[in-house]
Design a protein around this ligand. Sequence first.
Ligand code: SF4
Ligand code: SF4
Length: 393
Amino acid sequence: MTKSSKADLRSKFVLDRQDFQSLLDALNADGYRLIGPTPRIGAVVYDEINAVEDLPIGLTDEQERGTYRLKAGDPGRLFGCGLGPHSWKKFLYPAELRLWQAHLNGGMAIAANDHVPERLALIGVRACELGALRILDRVLSGGQYHDTVYETQRERLFIVAVNCGRAGSTCFCASMGTGPRAETGFDLALTEVLETERHYFVVEVGSEAGQRILDAVPLQPATDADVQAADAIIADTAAHMGRALDTHGLKELLENNFEHPEWDEVATRCLTCGSCTLVCPTCFCTTFEDVAELTGASAQRIRRWDSCFTMDFSYMVGGHVRASAKSRYRQWLTHKLSAWVDQFGTLGCVGCGRCITWCPVGIDLTEEAATIRAHSQPKPEAKTRKKKIHENA
Ligand code: SF4
Ligand code: SF4
């Protein structure tokens, strides 16, 4: 088998577990810095990895609303953990970034942002996270204004997706049409198959870059039985989603229930801490801070992640336009699941479940949406609606 025939687009191969390091080595040799899931202080986070031993081998996680625990899983399994608190967003849209810096030195010298794009290979990207990247593509580079830091980093990614072999109890990607199978947007997609006598990965090629990397990796052509084993794992994951969200007419449902009593109820529990927005792979709100030296010799502008749950985020012209917890939670949920469609042509949620797991009081957006649907208010007549908008101004 020649190298060029070895890995055509959409071809499927088998990579034995014992050869997994050779995939990492091939990416390293091609100049990529490897980022992947790795266990740190009780959670799996995304950070630099160099060897297969850096992955959370043999671990799995237990997730529920407001709960996350790592525990022993199938011995030897490399990708037995689901999503942790980190998303890939932090590598493309940094949590803190100096946008520019100005120095007085005779004249004024202005330096642009200090971001240095890198060739990054993201190892273990889940299908819902590919969905989140597609959403960020629309938000940050699909419109009139482009985030050049995001774009230059996005162009330098190599994505190794991993199809999920288990749905976490807060996952609902099947409802959002984003998973659990990685369909597009990857260079390579792996399905981990762990059998009594055999541990291997079914590898699908998704790009020419993926094809090229595989030239340096020992592979076997996947048999029908190998592909069927991988397909069965993904189908089983899809059949065992932890949660579901009915998206039928959801945009209009939320638009028509702006005064639903559930917004008052959820406000009695919500701490407005903003954790849900920080762990969300699609939330993109930021704030800006200008810092000047007392001497006036230099100044800089810093961009930081912010949250629609902070008071200052909605401070405008001498007042807070969303002063209550009710208005801030309603803003977040209706933006994600309704207004986002008007802005970007897609819902803003991919069903990763992070906001449910990492909410300290266990607020679950699938449950909130279901409660509003179950006790939906009648659609206000046009006249009443105008009056309500006036009252809420
Ligand atoms: S919903 Fe939960 S995570 Fe989000 S702001 Fe409220 S308390 Fe914090
Ligand atoms: S809203 Fe929640 S479930 Fe949806 S993408 Fe964000 S963190 Fe994930």
